[in-house]
Design a protein around this ligand. Structure first.
Ligand code: MLC
Ligand code: AMP
Length: 520
């Protein structure tokens, strides 16, 4: 049985000339393919040399990572695969209560954090039983690389089967508790191989990488796409619209969430001429407004290809790349839709009773395929709830499929706000607000926002006799939660609208505040 380790497949795609450039950073560094090979071997050897059990209950050790974006952070990801461990990326915005939950839940054997956070992260980690805490900063300093420097730069990737666990991605839940989506080597590799073909990756492609690398989009779709094609990456530590536009003449592929496109459109330097060398612009993770889709086509002459995915499933649907797309025999990238089910992905639309809906009718989107995760880490009941009896995963997205096969997402059955491509679950924030002194109850709703697409707004009710200060409540939330989860506005109200069952009518609140950030 050939090794199904995802790293081995990525490594096999490295170009023959290992001394050619694999990654060029926006601060002037260049890494060859040989550099990536050697560095991943050294870090993998370090991980394998640690005195930790190679597996417990059949699960390899987890490596939890909360570091700033850097090529070395990507090396750590690849090295974790190479060593056969399980990668657990964490958003850099997470604060101590959030990190405490993830570490307590995943029980990583290794934690890697920034030097600045070492004191509090290591305290949480050691208390949870983690044996090794390393540091890694975005200037190539820290104990991880210092220790790896003593390790051999040769290593044989650990033997894996397709269904062996490769990564755990935490996604918040509607009840406020985060769930770890378990993705296997086979989930990740099959999706990457299919996308290489579907999106027409070709020799000479160069990817601008400007997304964070702790989510599906930047970590898997972008990095696997480039590596599997042996393509160079122009690596941006942080998204800066001016810098990305300046790089367009040297690149062919760009991937972004809608906010990145909106911010680039605000730059006069974005012109047809500047984008002339590009082959493909891809958008996903949040709905792309038709207005942005059209404006982009006018300004650059390129039609954005919108696709749809999830942490639990990686990529599910995509607008067609080729004019003579061999899969669907369709040519058009249609704004406002997320395209066709990708090859090997089953998509169906069901009503609330689980029955099929008529073509073009709105219902719940369910999916199946080699790309779909096996379940939530240590949450068998939650996993069972999210799959149908016949094995389809309930995405929580609401949409339709038209006669030509295009899928359109019209909303979500899950109470979720997607802000600038990050997911915010109202229940989590309401949980914090409701415990604050003087608060009787609260509701968080998502409203349209010109930059982030959607943002959270809080409506809070005081206990009888209590006086609440909206700024004070927001300040208190900031001390507890990742910054992107903080409601952009907070209102103190006398009561929340409820239906006859006593349930808060969030749709009425959404209507009430929908024009809050209206540009006009
Ligand atoms: C930053 N802020 C946000 C925010 N990002 N608020 C709401 N939503 C966001 N996404 C806030 C900060 O808290 C801060 O507020 C202020 O905005 C400025 O912060 P910043 O750090 O300077 O912002 P910036 O670096 O410009 O970040 C914006 C961004 C970033 C759009 C570049 O959010 C981003 O990279 N988003 C991409 C997310 C992504 O990769 N998602 C993929 C998920 S995978 P204050 O008050 O503190 O000043 C997935 C599956 C799939 O969904 O299909 O791909
Ligand atoms: P995450 O849990 O961070 O992986 O987010 C997945 C969710 O992002 C999906 O369930 C969708 O609600 C949303 N999403 C991803 N891509 C798109 C898209 N192109 N259009 C609309 N929503 C999207």
């Amino acid at each position: 049985m050939p090794n199904q380790n995802l790293f081995s497949a990525l490594r096999a795609a490295f170009p023959a000339d290992l001394d050619s450039i694999a990654v060029e950073t926006d601060n002037g560094l260049a890494y060859s393919w040989r550099d990536l090979d050697r560095a991943t071997a050294m870090v993998a050897n370090l991980l394998q040399s640690l005195d930790i059990p190679k597996s417990r209950d059949g699960v390899p050790p987890r490596v939890a990572v909360q570091v700033e974006k850097s090529v070395e952070a990507m090396v750590l990801y690849l090295a974790t695969l190479r060593a056969g461990f399980v990668f657990l990326p964490l958003n850099t915005a997470y604060q101590s209560a959030e990190i405490e939950y993830f570490i307590g839940n995943a029980e990583p054997a290794v934690v890697v954090c920034t030097g600045k956070n070492f004191a509090w992260v290591s305290q949480i980690a050691f208390q949870a039983g983690t044996r090794h805490v390393f540091t890694l900063d975005d200037d190539r300093s820290g104990s991880l690389l210092a220790r790896a420097a003593h390790c051999s730069d040769r290593q044989t990737p650990v033997q894996k089967r397709a269904d062996d666990l490769a990564a755990i991605l935490y996604t918040s839940g509607t009840t406020g508790r985060s769930k770890g989506a378990m993705l296997s080597h086979g989930n990740l590799l099959s999706n990457a191989v299919m996308l290489k073909d579907y999106w027409g990756w070709e020799k000479g492609d160069v990817l601008i990488h400007a997304l964070p690398i702790f989510h599906v989009h930047g970590l898997f779709v972008a990095i696997h796409g480039a590596l599997l094609n042996g393509s160079k990456m122009l690596w941006h530590g942080k998204f800066d619209p001016k810098k990305v536009i300046a790089d367009l003449p040297r690149a062919t592929v760009f991937m972004g969430v809608p906010t990145l496109y909106v911010r680039m459109l605000a730059e006069p330097a974005l012109t047809k001429q500047q984008a002339a060398h590009m082959r493909l612009f891809i958008s996903g993770s949040a709905p792309l407004l038709l207005e942005t889709f059209n404006e982009w086509r006018e300004r650059t002459g390129h039609t954005i290809l919108e696709r749809y995915g999830m942490s639990e499933t990686i990529m599910l649907t995509s607008n067609p790349y080729r004019a003579d797309d061999r899969y669907q025999n369709q040519s058009e990238r249609r704004g406002g839709t997320v395209g066709f089910p990708l090859p090997g992905v089953g998509v169906r639309v069901r009503d609330d009773a689980g029955q099929p809906v008529a073509e073009g009718e709105i219902g719940n989107i369910q999916v199946m395929g080699e790309n779909v995760f096996s379940g939530y880490w240590r949450m068998p009941e939650k996993t069972a709830e999210e799959f149908t009896a016949d094995g389809w995963f309930k995405t929580g997205d609401v949409g339709l499929q038209d006669a030509r096969g295009y899928v359109t997402i019209v909303g979500r059955s899950k109470d979720l706000i997607i802000s600038g491509g990050y997911n915010v679950y109202p229940a989590e924030i309401e949980g914090y607000l409701n415990y604050m002194p003087g608060v009787a109850e609260s509701a968080i709703v998502g409203v349209p926002h010109p930059d982030f697409g959607e943002v959270g707004v809080a409506v809070v009710i005081a206990k009888p006799g209590a006086r609440l200060d909206a700024d004070g409540l927001v300040g208190a939330l900031k001390a507890k939660l990742a910054n992107f989860k903080i409601p952009k506005r907070c209102f103190i109200a006398s009561e929340l609208p409820r239906n006859t069952m006593g349930k808060v009518q969030k749709n009425l609140l959404r209507d009430q505040y929908k024009a809050l950030f209206d540009r006009s």
